[in-house]
Design a protein around this ligand. Structure first.
Ligand SMILES: *Cc1c(COP(=O)(O)O)cnc(C)c1O
Length: 346
């Protein structure tokens, strides 16, 4: 890598094995359902999360949008954490394109909505009110430093949804980070939801794509919505080939990214002026900030690190997010700690 990039795991390049698989992929027209590599990826992805069928989509954002539009209509309400990715970082798609109203609730330190508040937020059948249709969940939870939420929360939300006839969608952009961190199979989490998306292009390192999974009937409808949104791709086996390598080779090794994130947090904790709690690192993200005594702000620090070709994201005027991935190893972690120490202390 010509740069050391901690801004996100989305920056991860495809692996050599992926580039080879892409070059050699068997392809067909996927809108006709004739791309064998896409079909294999969709079947394997669905099996991995215990669902009947899968659908390759262009991004996590498109996967969430397709899932919402396929399960809720105009004026319907979706219950969702107020700091969820689908609320904050997806351009308001559920409202602007689907007419779906997000009903946002507070989340705890791990990104969980309070179950009593969740159940009380469900609307009674009254002509004044929108109809609650959907509950939107996320795991790992990005706004909570990548917290890995255990399966019992999903089981409890499922019970509430069943009592009220609601559907449940999981934004599992980093589902496998959560599952690996919790040491459970992904299906221990996804068995409690109707639909789930996960990203191939984050920690799993593929260049493009997410997979949306659910029942065969749901995916049949989702395929129409994907087409509506301009997401029907033709020889998409080129993309799916990298996705198959991701499923084969890149899931278990996410544990390495988590170990590197902890290593980074421990290193950062040795720098005077950096505030970080290594014990809070659960997956591949480290959130940290500048102590009050530091005169620089986050933008100054980012500029100075960039001069050394080291990239990190800000989370506010004095705070940062660093994300580990396949192209970040112990050497890159050590270099980052060394350079940041030099930026603060000369
Ligand atoms: C990255 C991400 C998405 C969206 O994925 P894109 O491929 O960037 O559209 C959705 N949800 C979460 C939690 C994410 O981290």
């Amino acid at each position: 890598m010509d740069r050391i990039d901690f801004r996100s795991d989305t920056v991860s390049w495809p692996t050599p094995a992926m580039r080879k698989a892409m070059a050699e992929a068997c392809v067909g027209d996927d809108v006709y359902g004739e791309d064998p590599t896409v079909n294999e990826l969709e079947a394997r992805a669905a099996a991995l999360v215990g669902k009947e069928a899968g659908l390759l989509v262009s991004s996590g954002t498109q996967g969430n949008l397709v899932a919402i539009l396929a399960q809720a209509g105009r004026g319907d309400e979706a219950l969702v954490g107020r700091d969820a990715h689908v609320v904050c970082w997806e351009a308001g798609g559920m409202s602007s394109l689907g007419g779906v109203v997000p009903h946002t609730l507070a989340t705890d330190e791990m990104g969980r909505m309070d179950l009593t508040e969740l159940e009380e937020a469900i609307r009674p059948d009254d002509p004044h009110l929108p109809q609650t249709r959907l509950i939107l969940l996320e795991n790992s939870y990005g706004a909570r430093a990548g917290a890995a939420i255990p399966p019992d929360y999903f089981a409890a939300v499922r019970d509430i949804a069943d009592r009220h006839g609601l559907r449940v969608h999981l934004d599992g952009a980093r589902l496998f980070n959560a599952a690996v961190a919790l040491n459970v199979g992904a299906d221990a989490i996804t068995r409690h939801v109707d639909s789930v998306t996960f990203c191939l292009s984050k920690g799993l390192c593929a260049p493009v794509g997410s997979v949306l999974c659910g029942s065969a009937d749901f995916i049949h409808e989702a395929r129409r919505v994907r087409k509506l949104l301009g997401g029907g791709m033709r020889q998409a086996g080129i993309i799916a080939a990298a996705g198959l390598v991701a499923l084969d080779e890149m899931i278990e090794r996410l544990a390495d990214d988590h170990a590197h994130a902890r290593l980074l947090a421990e290193g950062l904790a040795t720098i005077p002026g950096i505030v970080v709690s290594p014990e809070s690192v659960q997956t591949n993200m480290v959130f940290f900030e500048l102590g009050d005594e530091v005169a620089l702000n986050a933008a100054d620090v980012i500029d100075r690190l960039a001069a050394d070709n080291i990239w990190v994201g800000d989370q506010g005027p004095r705070s940062f997010r660093a994300v580990t991935h396949y192209w970040i190893g112990p050497d890159e972690v050590a270099l980052f700690v060394e350079r940041l120490r030099a930026v603060l202390h000369g």
